[in-house]
Design a protein around this ligand. Structure first.
Ligand SMILES: C=CC1=C(C)c2cc3[nH]c(cc4nc(cc5[nH]c(cc1n2)c(C)c5CCC(=O)O)C(CCC(=O)O)=C4C)c(C)c3C=C
Ligand code: FE2
Ligand code: FE2
Length: 362
């Protein structure tokens, strides 16, 4: 094992903050084409946090069946939601990082904020390389997942650990595990629903659809489903909804195993069949709109509901770069950076940069 030589530390860059927030999301393919989706899915579905099967059993299925058929089907779905600037998930993640940095800066915190992707680009390791080369000494790893799951949150931490393995002088790391019950997050969600009601009228029912995981994952102790239920309960309470006015479901089932229930598809079918007049649908577990919300919920979900007899289907967008949400995110970041010298100095750097004494020490 050879550890990499340390980069020469920048000496005169007091203006560059020594603390960074790494805003980590899932990632997307580079383009909405089968050619680009294939390596993305290969990386994603080879992560043993995501598919908990022995590699000797799973890899032949992945390489021999899934990666032959799924890339083209997924690419067509990605093409239906792709933005001129790229994948919605990456576009929103980048905007969120810029907004978070701006807000922290306006509060006197000199902190770098970078978005990074667990799969595809910009990769977590590449971002950490660049931050280290700039002299960053403290990194807050902030997953874009409000609810903790081994399949997502822990996998982000694995990527940080993989990068760390051959680094001689590591930055100080802190990891945010979850913020499923954070009052700022719940308030931002509640206000997004209230704004939607003000603009479009109140629906008869609010469906909160979360990404699913295999039922086995939950049975083995993953806290994800409990945290989803807690988020939904807090949001319903905050919106003063009665038990009959809200439902929770789990979407994006993959493979043949049993996943968390009820499935979003089954609930949409049921609600449509009952003649639900106006259905409001939101995805509180996704902090930005992406393939799973824009294609599966806003498009496919509508078709399922209407085909079953439902009338009005209204999709409420994710928090994306909503100002109240960025404010909540800044509070979460600040709380976890407590004690770190992030205050901006007169020289424009941070108090932890070393070379410039703090104003009060002069
Ligand atoms: C194979 C099992 C999967 C598990 C377990 C899983 C958990 C999980 N995923 C998210 C968030 C997202 N998933 C997204 C896409 C996506 N998810 C899976 C599979 C599993 N996810 C696949 C194969 C895909 C790719 C698309 C496809 O081919 O269907 C996305 C969107 C990515 C984008 O580019 O827009 C997100 C976000 C969570 C939160 C989660 C468990 C809690
Ligand atoms: Fe997923
Ligand atoms: Fe999906």
């Amino acid at each position: 094992m050879a550890f990499r030589p340390e980069p020469t530390q920048p000496t005169s860059s007091n203006a560059l903050p020594r603390t960074a927030v790494l805003w980590c999301n899932l990632g997307s393919p580079d383009a909405p084409t089968a050619k680009a989706v294939r390596p993305y899915l290969a990386q994603f579905l080879s992560d043993q946090r995501v598919v908990e099967l022995p590699a000797a059993l799973w890899q032949p299925i992945l390489r021999g069946i899934i990666l032959r058929t799924r890339p083209a089907k997924s690419a067509a779905k990605y093409a239906s939601i792709w933005l001129p600037e790229g994948s919605p998930l990456k576009v929103w993640s980048a905007r969120q990082a810029v907004a978070l940095r701006g807000l922290l800066d306006s509060r006197g915190h000199a902190v770098q904020v970078q978005e990074a992707m667990r799969y595809g680009q910009p990769a977590i390791g590449a971002r950490l390389d660049a931050l280290k080369a700039e002299g960053v000494q403290r990194v807050l790893v902030l997953p874009a997942y409000p609810q903790y799951s081994g399949t997502t949150t822990a996998s982000v931490i694995d990527a940080v650990n993989d990068w760390s393995r051959d680094i001689r002088r590591l930055p100080e790391f802190r990891f945010v595990a979850d913020y499923h019950d954070d009052p700022g997050y719940i308030d931002a969600l509640a206000h997004s629903v209230q704004r939607h009601w003000q603009a479009n009228g109140r629906g008869d029912m609010l469906l909160m659809s979360f990404h699913g995981v295999p039922e086995r994952t939950a049975k083995l102790g993953d806290p994800y489903s409990q945290q989803c239920m807690a988020t939904a309960g807090l949001l319903a309470q905050r919106l003063q909804l009665s038990q009959s006015q809200w439902r929770v479901s789990f979407q994006s089932r993959f493979g043949k195993a049993k996943w968390l229930e009820p499935s979003t598809e089954a609930v949409l079918h049921e609600l449509g069949g009952q003649g639900t007049h106006r259905l409001d649908v939101m995805c509180p577990g996704f902090t930005s709109d992406c393939l799973e919300t824009l294609e599966e919920i806003a498009m496919e979900g509508r078709d399922t509901f209407v085909a079953a007899g439902g009338r009005e289907y209204r999709y409420i967008p994710c928090l994306n770069d909503d100002a109240e949400w960025i404010d909540a995110l800044a509070a979460i970041a600040q709380r976890h950076m407590g004690g770190w010298p992030t205050q901006r100095t007169a020289a424009g750097g941070d108090a932890g940069a070393g070379a410039v004494p703090k104003p009060e020490a002069r």
